[in-house]
Design a protein around this ligand. Structure first.
Ligand code: NDP
Length: 388
C-alpha cells in the first residue's frame, strides 16, 4: 500500500447536480492498494487530459461510481476499485514501481506508457479483438486508480514501452486519442483507409483530429480538415491537411431549430468540397454526433465509410437513411483500441512518423482549472499535467 497525492472525485460530490466542473474533485492524499495478480503499480511522471475526464466530472451520461460498480460486475477481481473516491485519468507515462503475482515481461524500473483499454484477458473467445469482450472498460473512467495521481494501479495487459525520445509529458499525451484514431482510420476493425483516398476529419485540431490528419497523411491519403478558427486551420495545415473548412464561416446552421438537418447547410458544405477538387470523402472521421452525423453520411461518396467513436454534441441524431443505403455507404462504430492496435500506433510515434501534439502543460495542483478550460475548448491538440 502506498500513499499517493491524487486528484480525487468523492461520491458525495455527485449527490447534487453541479454545473461547474471545478466544483468537483480535489487534490488529496489517498491509499493505493498493492498490485494484485496481473497488476503493476506505476509511478506516474505525467498524465494526459481527455474528454472522458469531462464526462466524469459532469457525472453524465453516467455517474462515475455507478460505472465502477458496473465494471466490477463484469470484472469480479476488481472489487478493490469500489471506494468512496475515484481517481480518474486515462493516459499516463511513468515507471513501474511494484509488480503483482503472475506478471510476465515487465519488471520494476521499466518505463511505460499506460493504454486505457482494460479487459479480462482470460476471456479469449473473441480472438484478437478484445474490444468485443463484455469485460471491456476504460481505465480511469470506468475503473479506479487512474492517471491523475503519483501512483496508479494498472493491468500488465495495458502496458506499452515508452518511446525513449519523448519527454514524459509527450509520452503521457498521445495513447488514448492516437490509438482511437488508429483503430478508426487505419485498422481493418475500422475504416481501413487506403492510399489515395480522401478523408474528412471533424474537430481536426482537437485531441483526436490532429492524430487523424497525421495517420491519414502517413498512409498517403488526402485530408479535408474541419475546424472553427483560422488559428486551428493553420495548425491543421502544419500537420499536413490538404484542404480546410472553417465551420465558423459557413452561412447556414447545420440544424434547424427543431433539430432536423438543414439542407441549405448541406448544399453549402457540398459546394465547398466540389471547389477543393479532391472529390467527395471516401471516409468521414466522426465524433461530433448529433450536429454532424447526418451531414457526414450525406457527404461521403458512394461506397464510402463513416466511422464514429463519440457524440460530443449529443448522442441522439436525426439521419436520412436513404443516403446510407442508396449510396451503399457504411456507418462504423469504433471504441478505443486493442493493445496491439495501440502498440502499432505507438510504434509510429517511436519512429517519428507521428508527432505528439502537446500544447499545454500544467501541474497536478492546477488540474481543476485545466479541466474547466479543456471543457470550454480552449486547447489545440493535447493538454498534460506534470506529476513528478
Ligand atoms: P477535443 O475537445 O480535443 O476536440 C474535439 C473537437 O470537436 C473540438 O476541438 C471542436 O473543434 C470539434 N467540435 C466540438 N463540437 C462541435 C460541433 N458541434 N460541431 C463541429 N465540431 C465540433 O476532443 P477529442 O478530440 O479528444 O475527443 C472528441 C470526442 O471523442 C469526445 O467526445 C471524446 O469523449 C470522444 N472520444 C472517444 C473515444 C472512444 O474510444 N470512444 C476516445 C477518444 C475520444 P472545432 O471547434 O475547431 O471545430
Amino acid at each position: 500500500m502506498v500513499t499517493s497525492k491524487a486528484f480525487v472525485l468523492r461520491k458525495e460530490d455527485f449527490q447534487s447536480q453541479s454545473s461547474k466542473l471545478h466544483e468537483r474533485g480535489s487534490i488529496e492524499f489517498v491509499e493505493i492498494p498493492d498490485p494484485g495478480p496481473g497488476e503493476v503499480l506505476v509511478r506516474n511522471y505525467a498524465a494526459g487530459i481527455n474528454f472522458n475526464n469531462v464526462w466524469s466530472l459532469r457525472g453524465t451520461p453516467a455517474n462515475p461510481f455507478q460505472m465502477i460498480d458496473n465494471h466490477v460486475r463484469r470484472n469480479l477481481r476488481d472489487k478493490h476499485h469500489q471506494r468512496d473516491f475515484q481517481i480518474i485519468g486515462s493516459d499516463s507515462a511513468g515507471v513501474i514501481n511494484a509488480v503483482g503475482p503472475g506478471v510476465e515481461g515487465w519488471k520494476v524500473g521499466d518505463e511505460v506508457v499506460v493504454h486505457c483499454h482494460v479487459f479480462d484477458d482470460a476471456d479469449t473467445k473473441f480472438g484478437e479483438d478484445s474490444l468485443l469482450s463484455e469485460s471491456q472498460s476504460i481505465w480511469g473512467y470506468e475503473t479506479n486508480f487512474g492517471a491523475f495521481a503519483e501512483y496508479s494501479l494498472v493491468r500488465s495487459s495495458q502496458l506499452i514501452q515508452r518511446p525513449l525520445d519523448l519527454t514524459w509529458e509527450e509520452a503521457a499525451s498521445y495513447d488514448l486519442t492516437l490509438s482511437t484514431a488508429y483503430r478508426m482510420l487505419i485498422s481493418p476493425n475500422g475504416a481501413n483507409l487506403r492510399p489515395g483516398e480522401v478523408c474528412l476529419v471533424w474537430g481536426a485540431a482537437g485531441g483526436l483530429g490532429l492524430f487523424a490528419i497525421q495517420l491519414a497523411k502517413n498512409i498517403g491519403a488526402h485530408v479535408i480538415a474541419v475546424v472553427s478558427s483560422e488559428e486551428r486551420a493553420d495548425e491543421c495545415k502544419n500537420f499536413g491537411a490538404d484542404a480546410i473548412i472553417n465551420r465558423s464561416k459557413m452561412k447556414h446552421q447545420l440544424l434547424n431549430d427543431d433539430g432536423s438537418p438543414n439542407p441549405m447547410a448541406w448544399r453549402e458544405y457540398k459546394k465547398l468540397l466540389d471547389q477543393f477538387g479532391l472529390g467527395l470523402p471516401d471516409v468521414v472521421f466522426e465524433h461530433v454526433g448529433r450536429e454532424t452525423l447526418a451531414l457526414s453520411i450525406f457527404l461521403a461518396k458512394r461506397g464510402g465509410r463513416i466511422v464514429t467513436c463519440a457524440a460530443t454534441s449529443g448522442a441522439e441524431s436525426l439521419i436520412d437513411l436513404r443516403y446510407l443505403w442508396l449510396g451503399v455507404k457504411r456507418l462504423i462504430g469504433s471504441h478505443i483500441a486493442t493493445l496491439e492496435e495501440a502498440r502499432l500506433a505507438s510504434e509510429l510515434v517511436s519512429t517519428g512518423k507521428i508527432k505528439t501534439t502537446v500544447s499545454t502543460i500544467r501541474n497536478l495542483d492546477e488540474i481543476g482549472q485545466l479541466l474547466a478550460d479543456f471543457e470550454n475548448g480552449q486547447f489545440v491538440g493535447k493538454a498534460v499535467v506534470r506529476i513528478a
